[in-house]
Each structure stands twice: as structure tokens, then as C-alpha cells.
Ligand binder design. Structure first.
Ligand code: NAD
Ligand code: FE2
Length: 382
């Protein structure tokens, strides 16, 4: 695969992928007669040079962007309401999300809210709220700046309750971006820790999707190729980044999000409570838990693990070899092996197990996970 130009993929939406793709944004807006975008990002990205260049390039073409950046690390409902106020007060005609999963999720939730003004969590997919997503949505464009969640190609936004910190999922096929500008150059300066944590999130998506219980050979094929791309590139992208490793990670992260339409599993259910309770970064929470969660899944699914081991080109084609690979990969990209290294304490385990058991991801795990299983998994990882 050569990463020397911009390619177009139309699956699951139009993706302009390659170095320089971002330069096409002003012309795309002009062609679509869009002159007043609301850009949704986070306060950190808003300070970065590439972000200022994007806004400057738009201004140069007489496109005046309003930037909304007041979002939390783990986004909450009030972030979405404030962003909607920004739309209401400034007469906008489209929404551009620029950032990692956090900014893209808030952007997508604002897209929903523009013409759906009931309480945001009425639309929570977990209680069947997707049926209320009936009105049109504004023109939505996504621009990823991390290679992890793949939220840029997703149809859902994860937003937490401000008070309870419970995560809600807003979902509708209407929420998919009309176009994605996926430019690996924007990810070149991601710091090593964020590269590693977000990259392990992408690996978790691909692995959990491959193992998820519903039959879906299309997603399985994408997931295995996603795993292969991450095997080739995560360590390099973290420790000695170049365009090739950044490109492979960016496409693999989108593949993970495409594949996990099939479902996720036990690792994401272990991870989500760490973010809601302790504000742990989503990717880091997955990274620390993935070897333990995968070990839990081996028995009964040896064939599937054999296929993962083969994809990873491991000497031994077994589940234990996959688990060892995950511990070693974490070590190579400086992710700790134990939950105690990321501020988890023994007294957290009961609450974490309650939240993990209530989480939406594990019903798609290849085998059932009980509350006691979650307790044991946290204890093993502590
Ligand atoms: N919608 C989905 O399908 C989905 C799936 C998984 C996770 N999520 C959500 O995504 C969020 C996590 O997203 P994430 O892992 O991308 O992290 P993030 O969006 O929180 O970004 C991590 C950090 O990296 C910084 N950053 C981003 N791009 C950068 C760049 N190019 N250079 C330097 N710094 C940069 C950000 O400012 C932030 O501080 C969580 O809120 C999680 O719930 C959503
Ligand atoms: Fe994830």
C-alpha cells in the first residue's frame, strides 16, 4: 500500500484518505454552498498549529468558521447544550467535527440536537430512543486527529450524564458524516502516550469485533486486516512515527469502528467504568484491560484465537500467545500492566463491577460475563 496521494473510499460513507486530504476542505464547502460552519473541537486541539491553519485556510476563501471548544475530556450533556447554543446564536449552516473521539462525539450529538430539542437522553439508544430521531440533521463533516476511536465513521456518540457520569449512546444512521477528511499528517505530532492509548483502543475494537458473537463475515474480514495493520504500525507510530505508520494506524482505526457495528465485548465493559468513575482515558482503560479480557475469552473460542494469532504472525497459534503478545505490545508502547498503575484501588472494585455489569458492550461478548466475572477480572488486573 502506498500512502502518497489521496484515495477515495465510499464505505461506510465517503472517506477522503491520505496526506493532504485536509486541503480539500475549503473547496468541498464551496461546492456544497456552505459558508458558515460550526467547528467543534476540544480546547487543546484549538491551540495547535494545524487547527489554526485549517481555520485560516477557510477564512482565506471567505468561509467564516465559529469554533466551539468547551468540552470535557469525557464529554457530558451540558457540553452538547452549550455547543447547540453556539449554533443558535451565530447562524451556522453545517457542522465540522475536528479532533479525537471526544470532540467528534460532541459534534455528532450537536448535529442530533439541532432539530431534536427534547431532553438529549430521550434519544438514548439503550432505551430505544433512536426511534425519536426522525427529523433532518445538518450537513456533518468529520476530521479525525487521533487514530483510535474511529468515531469519524461512526453513527453514535457517547455522552455522559453531568451528575451520575453514566454513559449514554446517541445512535442513528442519520448521524453518519456526509464526508470524512482523514489526513494522517494531522496525526503526525500526536504525543507517544496518546498514540499508544488511542492505538490500543483501535486494536481492542478490531479484536472484540472479530470475537463478538453475532455472525458477520464482512466485519470479521475488516477486523482481521485492521489487526494486521496495527501489528505493523503501532509501535513505530508511538516510538518513531513516520507517514507510513501514521497512515496505517489511521485507516486501521476507521476499520475498527466499521467492524464494531457487529458488537464489542468484555474489554470495553471493563474499560467504560474506569472513565466514568476515575476519568481514565478511554484508550488507556482498554489497553490495560485487554490482555485480561482476552484471556477470559479463550476457552471455547480457540479457533477464533488461532486466526488472530495467525494474523499477528505469532509462532504459537494459541490464545495464550495472543495474550502474551498484548502484554508485550503494551510494554513496548509504555502502557502499564496493572490497574493499580492507573490509580485503581481495591476499594473501587465493587463499584466498578456494578457499572461493568450494567454496561452495554458485554452482551455481544462471545461468552456471557457475570458480575462476579467482572470482579475477578478487575482483581486479576489490579
Ligand atoms: N463514537 C464512538 O464510536 C466511540 C468509540 C470509542 C470511544 N469513543 C469516545 O471517544 C473518546 C476518546 O477519544 P480519543 O481516544 O480519540 O481521545 P480524545 O478525543 O480524548 O483525545 C485525547 C487527547 O489527545 C489530544 N489530541 C487529539 N488530537 C491531537 C493531535 N493531532 N495532536 C496532539 N494532540 C491531540 C486531545 O486534545 C486530547 O487531549 C471518549 O470520550 C470515548 O467515549 C467514541
Ligand atoms: Fe473504544
Amino acid at each position: 500500500m502506498a500512502f502518497d496521494k489521496v484515495y477515495q473510499y465510499n464505505f461506510p460513507t465517503t472517506i477522503r484518505f491520505g496526506p493532504g486530504a485536509i486541503k480539500e476542505l475549503p473547496a468541498y464547502l464551496q461546492q456544497n454552498n456552505l459558508k458558515a460552519p460550526l467547528i467543534v473541537t476540544d480546547p487543546n486541539i484549538a491551540q495547535l498549529t494545524f487547527f489554526k491553519t485549517i481555520v485560516g485556510d477557510l477564512q482565506h476563501k471567505n468561509i467564516s468558521a465559529e469554533v466551539f471548544q468547551e468540552i470535557h475530556k469525557n464529554p457530558v450533556k451540558s457540553d452538547v447544550y452549550k455547543g447547540t447554543d453556539s449554533w443558535d446564536n451565530t447562524n451556522r449552516d453545517c457542522i465540522i467535527g475536528i479532533g479525537g473521539g471526544a470532540a467528534l462525539d460532541v459534534a455528532r450529538a450537536i448535529v442530533l440536537r439541532i432539530h431534536h430539542r427534547e431532553d438529549l437522553f430521550k434519544y438514548d439508544d439503550l432505551v430505544g430512543g433512536d426511534v425519536y430521531v426522525t427529523n433532518e440533521v445538518p450537513h456533518f463533516i468529520t476530521i479525525p486527529t487521533t487514530a483510535g476511536t474511529g468515531s469519524e465513521v461512526g453513527r453514535s456518540a457517547i455522552i455522559s450524564d453531568d451528575d451520575t457520569h453514566q454513559k449514554k449512546i446517541l445512535f442513528s444512521p442519520k448521524l453518519i458524516a456526509k464526508i470524512v477528511f482523514a489526513d494522517p499528517v494531522l496525526t503526525m505530532d500526536l504525543p507517544p502516550f496518546i498514540t499508544a492509548a488511542t492505538g490500543m483502543d483501535a486494536l481492542t475494537h478490531n479484536m472484540e469485533a472479530f470475537l463478538a458473537k453475532n455472525p458477520h463475515p464482512i466485519c470479521d474480514g475488516i477486523a482481521l486486516e485492521g489487526i494486521a495493520l496495527i501489528k505493523d504500525s503501532l509501535e513505530a507510530a508511538t516510538n518513531r512515527p513516520d507517514l507510513e505508520s501514521r497512515s496505517k494506524m489511521l485507516i486501521a482505526s476507521m476499520m475498527g469502528a466499521i467492524a464494531f457495528q457487529k458488537g464489542l465485548g468484555v474489554v470495553h465493559s471493563l474499560a467504560h467504568p474506569l472513565s466514568s468513575l476515575l476519568d481514565t482515558h478511554h484508550g488507556l482503560a482498554n489497553a490495560v484491560n485487554i490482555p485480561y479480557g482476552m484471556r477470559y475469552n479463550i476457552s471455547g473460542f480457540e479457533d477464533k484465537f488461532r486466526r488472530i494469532a495467525r494474523t499477528l504472525e505469532l509462532k504459537e497459534e494459541t490464545g495464550e500467545a495472543v495474550v502474551n503478545y498484548l502484554f508485550e505490545l503494551n510494554a513496548r508502547v509504555n502502557i502499564p500492566h496493572r490497574l493499580r498503575d492507573i490509580q485503581v484501588k481495591e476499594e473501587h472494585i465493587e463499584k466498578l463491577a456494578d457499572l461493568a455489569f450494567a454496561d452495554f458492550a458485554h452482551p455481544n461478548n462471545p461468552k456471557p460475563v457475570s458480575r462476579d466475572d467482572f470482579k475477578n477480572l478487575y482483581a486479576a488486573a489490579l
